[in-house]
Design a protein around this ligand. Structure first.
Ligand SMILES: Cc1cc2nc3c(=O)[nH]c(=O)nc-3n(C[C@H](O)[C@H](O)[C@H](O)COP(=O)(O)OP(=O)(O)OC[C@H]3O[C@@H](n4cnc5c(N)ncnc54)[C@H](O)[C@@H]3O)c2cc1C
Length: 472
């Protein structure tokens, strides 16, 4: 550790004791590598505060001493956002001990939780009160509220409820100068200039430390049904979604996948079965829900709305879950896609991208063709949240393979995909953030945006102690 880092550790240890800061390699080591094992950093200490006041003390001293901090929640970032730099120049600030659900206000349909609360625990706590926090994703057993806010996470229910930004009603945070920003008042209207809460959402820990949040809740799901659709093309999938949305507001999820991805799941994931007897080039999974016994039965709703679409030939075939177990089985196929793809197709560059929803079907087809033309032998395809205009676009090595393919051609492939996304008016990061992974690409493709982000960053964090090397 540098002398300044050592001073910070000593100061915090003498004020708050050993639990709040550790220099023991056994406590630090598990948090030095990102979830996918792509980046590994070094840190001489990990802070584990248990209150907002402790966070404020750590940040105040860190800024005074010029010690950089890497905020960390569940460490599930897909872009290396929570990994410390590899030169040991920053210390980790983990929020995991701050995991209390402070209050559930049933009347206001709000929950106030500390930043380190794990998403799944929050789901369970509000479900016990007959309520639901309607954001969910594959990492829910580890991802924390602070991390989800800082990445403006999306997930599978964005179609109806929006991403984290739409679900946060207020943020409590410690700003780089140690000030505590308290946005938890629950004010419905507040026009005192820029929204500091919104500035912190998606900031990836570069503007301050989120310590707690007030989140919106919705009624618990009374029942749900999931339909599996066989389709001719991504355009048919989008037309189907639009036709459903014209009739109901109860569609919560709409995920698209190509047949080769389905086949990869069926051959690699034990216990999965084909949802349809017939074969189709594309598939979609549709979820409809009901909040209470008075609302339409979701299976009947889907059957009624899909029947004319099958008759018209827009939907080639459909199967509607007859039980919760079958609904789960359909979702399991979707949730196993990444794992099955890796096992079947080997190395692939993966791109979390968005374009305007109506442009997505054409983009999926055109971009795949252009990438395959530029890299003969590789194959490209997309799957995911079509209804949000967000897919995970994968380019697989195919015939160009070899263990070093990702290093050899990955950057050039990614640049081409990002160029195509930018030309289509899209975003190179739909839901995972920028982190270290996309920083250079953001700068290359969106210099004007980066200039504004940097101006905000410098004005709030002039000594650059907050998550250096990430985002800007
Ligand atoms: C299996 C899997 C599935 C996923 N699926 C999705 C998906 O469908 N949709 C989606 O949007 N994302 C998805 N993700 C990525 C998602 O962004 C992260 O899971 C989550 O948002 C990060 O939460 P975390 O607590 O793990 O944060 P971390 O990974 O620890 O941190 C993420 C970023 O936030 C910062 N940060 C963390 N806590 C704080 C805090 N309290 N204050 C300030 N900054 C903080 C970190 O510095 C870092 O920049 C998935 C990840 C995995 C591993």
């Amino acid at each position: 550790m540098t002398p300044a880092q050592q001073s910070l550790v000593d100061e915090i240890r003498s004020r708050f004791g050993k639990r709040t800061v550790s220099t023991d390699a056994r406590d630090i080591e598990p948090w030095l590598t990102d979830w996918r094992g792509r980046w590994t950093g070094k840190a001489g200490a990990i802070f584990q505060p248990s209150s907002t006041e402790e966070v404020a003390a750590i940040v105040t001293s860190a800024t005074r001493l010029g010690v950089a901090l890497v905020p960390q929640g569940g460490n599930t970032s897909m872009v290396g956002g929570a990994t410390p730099p590899d030169d040991g120049s920053a210390l980790i600030l983990s929020l995991r001990r701050m995991n209390r659900i402070r209050l559930i206000d049933k009347a206001a349909m709000r929950v106030e939780a500390e930043a380190g609360a794990v998403l799944q625990n929050l789901h369970e706590a509000v479900a016990a009160q007959g309520l639901r926090f309607p954001l969910t994703l594959g990492a829910k057993g580890s991802a924390t509220i602070g991390g989800l806010i800082s990445t403006n996470a999306g997930g599978t229910q964005v179609l109806r409820f929006g991403p984290m930004r739409a679900l946060v009603d207020g943020v409590e945070a410690v700003l780089p100068d140690g000030t505590i920003h308290d946005g938890l008042s629950g004010l419905k209207k507040d026009n005192r200039g820029y929204s500091i809460d919104q500035l912190l959402i998606g900031a990836e820990g570069t503007l301050g430390i989120v310590t707690a949040a007030r989140l919106k809740l919705v009624p618990a799901i009374h029942s749900r049904a999931v339909a599996w659709l066989g389709l001719a093309s991504p355009q048919a999938a989008l037309d189907t979604l639009r036709a459903l949305e014209a009739e109901t507001d109860r569609i919560e999820g709409f995920e698209i996948l190509p047949d080769e991805s389905l086949q990869a799941v069926l051959s690699h994931i034990p216990g999965t079965r084909p949802p349809l007897q017939s074969h189709h080039p594309w598939h979609a999974l549709v979820e409809a829900t009901a909040d209470g016994p008075g609302t339409d039965n979701p299976a009947e709703l889907l059957a009624r709305l899909l029947a004319p679409l099958v008759e018209r030939g827009l939907v080639a075939d459909a199967s509607i879950s007859a039980s919760e177990a079958q609904a789960e089985a359909f979702w399991r196929i979707r949730d196993s896609l990444s794992e099955a793809e890796r096992a079947t197709f080997g190395p692939a560059t993966q791109h979390d991208i968005s374009v305007p929803v109506d442009a997505m079907p054409a983009f999926m087809v055109d971009a795949a063709a252009k990438v395959e033309q530029a890299f003969p032998g590789a194959s490209a395809t997309g799957f995911g949240h079509l209804g949000d205009g967000n897919i995970h676009f994968h380019v697989r090595a195919g015939l160009r393979g070899g263990t070093d393919w990702l290093q050899r051609e990955g950057p050039a492939v990614t640049r081409l995909v990002h160029d195509l996304v930018t030309a289509a008016g899209g975003s190179i990061s739909a839901e995972h953030g920028i982190g270290v992974m996309k920083k250079e690409e953001l700068e290359r493709l969106s210099p004007d945006r980066v200039r504004v982000l940097r101006a905000i960053k410098i004005s709030l964090d002039p000594t650059a102690v907050m998550n250096p090397g990430k985002l800007v």
